[in-house]
Structure formats: structure tokens, C-alpha cells
Design a protein around this ligand. Sequence first.
Ligand code: 1HE
Length: 261
Amino acid sequence: MTTFRSLKLEMRDAVAILTLARPERRNAIDEDTVMEIGRFFADPPAEARVVVLNSEGDHFCAGLDLDEHARLRRTPAQFMRMCQKWHWAFDQIQYGGLPVIAALRGAVVGGGLELAAACHTRVAEPSTFFALPEGQRAIFTGGGATVRVGRIIGPGRMVDMMLAARTYDAARGLDLGLCHEIVAPGAGLDRAIAIAEAAAKHAPLSNYAMVTAIGRINDMSTTDGLFAESLMAGIVQSGPEVAAGLDAFLSKKSSRLEPKD
Ligand code: 1HE
């Protein structure tokens, strides 16, 4: 079993619950933490089908560890290389192949928002707030926000969010797509686990396609995207669970679809 310095891992059957565990630093991300995150998602436990990303304390993540950043006095090249480690680590989350459900509360700011934006479903408690305070710290985003947050809220709104130093509450975040659901105070982890347990029942190849293909296809031209979709669909429908999934519907054993968020 891997041991971590800044993370904790608990397995609940097919759901891996990975917890950011530096609450005394508001789960700020230093170099060790970002590498631990990347290594976990690059090589998750074999039995994991879905990951829940949780945090200790009142805040999901306060972003870049500003104390380490001030101490290290990185050169431009050193900071560029470090940002690329963040990009690698968060790419493992977004495109590693397992669905990742984030349980958000309190601060989801700076690099914390970059981390959340790499997750696939974001459940927020009412205490959640979103900000990109880089301008106020005389730095810039470096963990992927220009791509991932810009895609979610649009580049124009991201510029405004930073320039006007806006802090969005959970309700505004829901409108903008920064989170997907708001739950009662204290209910975030349980709800994230419930979503994860339901998603763990999907065919693994279907989940793989959802989390690895949709984002990438949106980076492609229309003609390339449609071609890539057909390839992905062809592979998924040859998976071993397909016959059972279709039979459950055709023999009227699957649950009925009805409106629910
Ligand atoms: C930290 C950090 C941090 C807290 N790095 N140590 N991120 C920010 O600009 C957000 C900075 N943090 C905050 O605005 C606040 O801490 C919070 C709103 C998140 C939480 O407030 P609060 O009142 O609960 O905690 P606190 O008293 O401010 O902080 C508790 C301790 O955590 C304190 O240390 P202590 O020794 O005085 O106990 C803080 O210094 C420490 N702490 N946040 C280091 N971020 C790849 S580029 C990404 C660029 C960015 O992410 S920029 C955004 C950085």
C-alpha cells in the first residue's frame, strides 16, 4: 500500500476515497503534494472503479503553497517546470480513465479551483466559494486554469473573474458550471460517495469513454471529433458488459429513466 505525506486513502469496495490532508495549511499544494496526486491517479489501486476526492478541514484547497513558493524563490524556468508537473498531475485526474467526483467545501481557490476543474463531477456544500486570487498575489495561474476553468466559464468571464477579483459562492458556481450540485452542509462526502457508487456500476469501458473522450473530442475539429466518437463508440460497444446492459433494458429489468438532477 502506497504511503502518502499529504493525502489519505480509504477504499470502500470499488470506490477510492482520496483525501487532501494538510488542513493546517488549508490543503495548499506544495511540490510533494502535487507529485503525490499525480502518482496516485497515474496508478490507482486495481480495485478502484471511481475516485472521490475529499479534503480535511473546512476548506477544499487553498491553491499553490505560497509559503513554499516564497521560500524557494524559483527561477522562471523552475516555476515553468513546476507548473508542468501540475499539468501532468491534473491530466492524470482528467484523463486517467476513472471518474473522479470532488466533494467541495469552503475555499476552492487558485490552484484549488484548477484541481477541482480537473475532476468530472463537483458536489458543493453551501460553504463553497470559488476564486482565482492570483492577481492579488502578483502571480498568474499555472495549474491549468487558463484551459480548464476557461473552458467551463468561458475565457472572457475568467479574465473578468481575475481582474475584478470576484469570489463566487456555491449558487453562482452552480450557475456557471463550477459545481454541478449543491447539497446540505456536511452532506458533500456522502453525496459524492453515492454518485461514485452508482457510477461504479457502469461498465468500466463506458466510464472510460466518458472521462477520456468527451474532453478530448471537444478539442478537435467537427470532422475529427465525429470520427473519434465513432471509434470510441465502436470499442465501448464491444465490451463484455454490453449484452447484460442491453438485456436488462429489453427484459424491462432496468430502472426507468425519470427527471432527476
Ligand atoms: C497557506 C495557504 C496557501 C492558507 N499557501 N499557506 N491561494 C490563495 O491566495 C489563498 C490563500 N489562503 C486564503 O485566502 C485563506 O487561507 C483561506 C480563505 C483559504 C482560509 O482562511 P482561514 O481563515 O480558514 O485560514 P488562514 O488563517 O488564512 O490560514 C491558516 C494557515 O494556513 C495559515 O498559516 P499559519 O501558520 O498562520 O497557521 C496560512 O498561512 C496557511 N495557508 N492558505 C500556504 N495557499 C500552480 S499556480 C497556482 C496559483 C495559485 O494557487 S494562487 C492562489 C493561492
